[in-house]
Design a protein around this ligand. Structure first.
Ligand SMILES: Cc1ncc(COP(=O)(O)O)c(CNc2co[nH]c2=O)c1O
Length: 386
């Protein structure tokens, strides 16, 4: 059976060009870049090139910093815990403002700090699923050390008004972090246009390898390392650099930015075709206005159809989708995102997320539509509540 992958917000195919770029660093040029002999020295130009690709991808200034790490979970924890040790622990600034929409790697790190005297405000989104700059401004006080708002939501694709939020934080002199994991490669992400102080990303979300990510720090911003030890990454993150991973992430970043037009023209059209087909069924709610979402994502609640049951039907037909973030898909709890934007309990259990990529074809979307149409009718006939 030809399988169809529509869970790209969970992870993505490694672009063949990325895999090709990584290959030599597993078999020919495998030296440790910190080594002083030829095996180490020969890999350094490739690491420098990869860093240039990362800087260019988010329009970072040469004097800014990008720390290469293992994933966005590590990057998010580095910011939240680093801010605690560098600012909140020793000063009167004991507050963090974040949102109810964040990924667990932000929410749980914040909850951990609440056990250490930090006050955290979890802003609720409005009915459109957005956290407004006004609501951020209202939550700030002279004790606020950090604001953390995700650029794009992993379940719905909803994009937060980062430019306006950055302006508020800049004006009030408060550090701003954004989790840009679901934005890179889908919409333009520029730390020049949007002056955040910290930004996290993860290669496996934009057709790079799993196990490597990045944390951007604006020039002059100091953060203690989460991992202590060797002097790698200028002392910002100990541990031998994953050379192949970094080379792959740099290549993936360059390809992702180059493909933004394709993402916003072709992938968006395929996503809209799929979304329109879903909306032809009665009692289907798509979360978030189309123009406020990343171009590849549709999160739909189909009344009378349990999310897990629909995912199973799709899986039986060889189609991979999810009920929300894989981080939460094992739990049968209602989606916190849907709950946060006011969906009722039934709706919060009927969510299905379909997330496309530049490798998704029209034929795959047509096949998925046919399978969805049959599955929705079948599952509603079995439903006792519809
Ligand atoms: C917004 C966001 N932040 C952080 C992470 C964590 O990234 P990692 O540390 O590289 O895994 C994810 C992963 N989100 C999902 C993982 O599976 N389905 C998802 O939606 C995410 O979507």
């Amino acid at each position: 059976m030809e399988r169809i992958y529509l869970d790209n917000n969970a992870t993505t195919l490694v672009d063949p060009a990325v895999r090709e770029a990584m290959e030599p660093f597993y078999c020919h040029m495998y030296g440790n870049p910190n080594s002083l002999h030829s095996f180490g020295i020969e890999v350094r130009p490739y690491l420098n090139r990869a860093m240039e690709q990362l800087y260019a991808g988010i329009e970072a200034d040469d004097e800014d910093n990008i720390i290469v790490n293992s994933c966005a979970t590590e990057g998010n924890n580095t910011v939240i815990l680093g801010m605690y040790f560098s600012l909140l622990k020793e000063t009167r600034k004991k507050r963090i403002v974040t949102t109810q929409l964040e990924h667990p790697s932000i929410r749980e790190a914040c909850r951990f700090l609440e056990n250490h005297g930090v006050k955290v405000t979890y802003l609720a989104p409005d009915s459109r699923g957005l956290v407004t700059a006004e609501s951020v401004a209202e939550a700030l006080s002279d004790q606020t050390a950090l604001v953390s708002v995700m650029w794009a939501n992993n379940e719905t694709g909803l994009l937060q008004p980062m430019k306006e939020i950055a302006a508020v934080c800049r004006e009030r002199g408060v550090y701003l972090h954004t989790d840009a994991v679901q934005a890179i490669g889908k919409v333009p992400v520029s730390v020049r246009e949007v002056p955040v102080d910290f930004l996290t990303f993860s290669a496996h979300k934009f057709h790079g390898p799993k196990g490597v990510g990045g944390l951007y720090l604006r020039k002059g911003v100091v953060l203690p390392p989460l991992l202590h030890g060797g002097e790698q990454m200028g002392g910002h993150r100990a541990g031998t650099v994953d050379v192949a991973g970094l080379v792959g992430m740099g290549q993936a970043m360059e390809l992702a930015v180059t493909a933004l037009d394709y993402e916003n023209l072709v992938v968006r059209r395929l996503r809209d075709k799929l979304e329109d087909a879903l909306l032809r069924h009665a009692d289907v709610l798509v979360i978030g206005e189309r123009d406020l979402r990343t171009p590849n994502t549709v999160y739909a609640s189909i009344r009378g159809v349990e999310g897990e049951a629909l995912i199973w039907d799709l899986n039986q037909a060889g189609i991979a989708a999810s009920t929300g973030s894989a981080c939460a898909s094992e739990s049968l709890e209602a989606s916190p995102i849907l709950t946060a934007i006011g969906a009722d309990r039934e709706l919060a259990h009927t969510g299905v997320r379909l997330s496309l990529s530049r490798f998704t074809t029209e034929q795959e979307i047509d096949t998925t539509i046919a399978v969805l149409d049959r599955a929705i009718v079948r599952l509603r006939q079995l439903s006792t509540s519809y």
